[in-house]
Design a protein around this ligand. Structure first.
Ligand SMILES: Cc1ncc(COP(=O)(O)O)c(C=O)c1O
Length: 391
């Protein structure tokens, strides 16, 4: 995996950059002129809108933005100003929130399998809440038991999620009480439980079942846990891609109902990533050249699967893409290909487009999450630069 996006990527200090969505083509052209192509435009107004929508759909839940889909310092600062907490997984993410001036008391560290250095750096910053899911991981906290409290991560497989995160992390629900007991014997406080049923969940069903099972565990283990206990319901809140997702209030309705069954006073956390930053990112990429092959126009873009569209591979996302400026005239079966010399580097095979030429711009929407964060510079095609608007 690459280093985090540099915190000052983009024209830091240019706080005057204002852009009202839906963006008009002239303003986007203007950004390309100033900052070059490919370009990721991050809109802080959309970050604010998404945070407010999720906070309204989950009243009483402390939202902790998960940095991994878009580790950008302006996004962190924007969310910190709204009162958000932060979900960190590595020392790089700790460093980013430190530079953004975030209060460590508002941060949790949720990687279930950590390097000693990750624990050391997070502790040194002031993080006190960590996640563990097995006895080996518990042992890593023996030397700092007086300074930490743990959440035990529980696994709930989720066939309905596009990315099933419980395959890789979390203990079986039946194993959680035993781990809570082992932690206590080692003198480590356990605050409660966490889970992440998967990213881009199509339905809330697995989350609801996970809340119900965790409610039972929290009740049975009450005497071994901090009072009040903590339940962290993870991320996974879905957004529209080529396929629309449920509106967030409807998605959260059964979750709200399930949360009402938790023991009185339970502190509830969530770790949304994609929902907060996905809709805030727009990719602008330019046609480098074209060829007519096998009855279709092939357009070669300056961004592709090794760049911002890496989420099509890693995250299984299908982004809405369209020309920046529509053109009159016939439509052609077209292919949008990435710039590298690798034949896998094709963004879309099945798209009807007007005839484009070198210099035309393609816009990718809903591209803030798991895009530039997982991009490479393969073949020396530089990943998209980031420009932040509406800071
Ligand atoms: C521990 C943890 N929390 C939160 C997230 C963010 O999930 P999402 O972007 O689906 O909201 C992830 C994503 O991988 C994760 O691993």
């Amino acid at each position: 995996m690459n280093a985090p996006i540099p915190a000052d990527a983009g024209p830091d200090g240019d706080s005057a950059l204002r852009l009202a969505a839906p963006y008009d083509p002239d303003s986007l052209d203007d950004l390309l002129e100033r900052f070059g192509s490919p370009l990721l435009v991050i809109d802080c107004d959309v970050i604010r809108r998404q945070y407010a929508a999720l906070a309204a759909a989950l009243p009483g839940v402390d939202l902790h933005y998960a940095l991994k889909p878009l580790p950008d310092i302006d996004v962190v600062r924007t969310l910190a100003a709204l009162g958000s907490g932060f979900d960190l997984a590595t020392s790089g993410e700790v460093e980013l929130v430190r530079r953004a001036g975030v209060d460590p008391g508002r941060c949790i560290h949720t990687h279930p399998i950590k390097r000693e250095g990750d624990i050391r750096d997070a502790l040194e910053f002031g993080v006190r809440t960590f996640v563990a899911d097995n006895p080996d991981e518990l042992r890593k906290f023996r030397g700092c038991a007086d300074r930490v409290e743990l959440l035990i991560r529980v696994s709930f497989r989720s066939p309905a999620a596009v990315v099933d995160l419980s395959r890789k992390f979390g203990c079986d629900p039946e194993a959680a009480p035993g781990l809570i007991g082992q932690a206590r014997e080692a003198g480590i406080r356990v605050a409660g439980l966490s889970f992440h049923v998967g990213s881009q969940s199509r339905t809330p069903d697995t989350k609801v079942r996970a809340i119900e099972v965790c409610t039972g565990i929290l009740r049975r283990a009450a005497s071994s846990l901090s009072a009040p206990p903590v339940l962290d319901i993870g991320g996974g809140f879905p957004i529209d891609y080529l396929e629309p997702a449920s509106p967030i209030d409807a998605f959260c309705e059964p979750i709200r109902t399930a949360l009402r069954g938790l023991p009185e006073g339970t502190r509830i956390l969530a770790e949304p990533g994609r929902f907060i930053c996905g809709p805030a990112g727009t990719i602008l990429t330019t046609v480098m050249g074209r060829a007519w092959r096998d009855g279709r126009w092939w357009y070669y873009l300056d961004d592709g699967l090794y760049g911002s569209f890496s989420g099509q591979l890693y995250d299984h996302a299908r982004y809405p893409v369209a020309p920046l400026r529509d053109k009159p005239g016939p439509r052609f079966h077209s292919v949008l290909a990435g710039p590298t010399c690798d034949s896998i580097d094709v963004v879309r095979e099945d798209i009807e487009l007007p005839e484009l030429e070198a210099g035309d711009v393609i816009v990718g929407r809903q591209m803030g999450a798991y895009t530039v964060a997982s991009a490479t510079d393969f073949n020396f095609f530089p990943r998209a630069r980031t420009v932040v608007v509406n800071r």
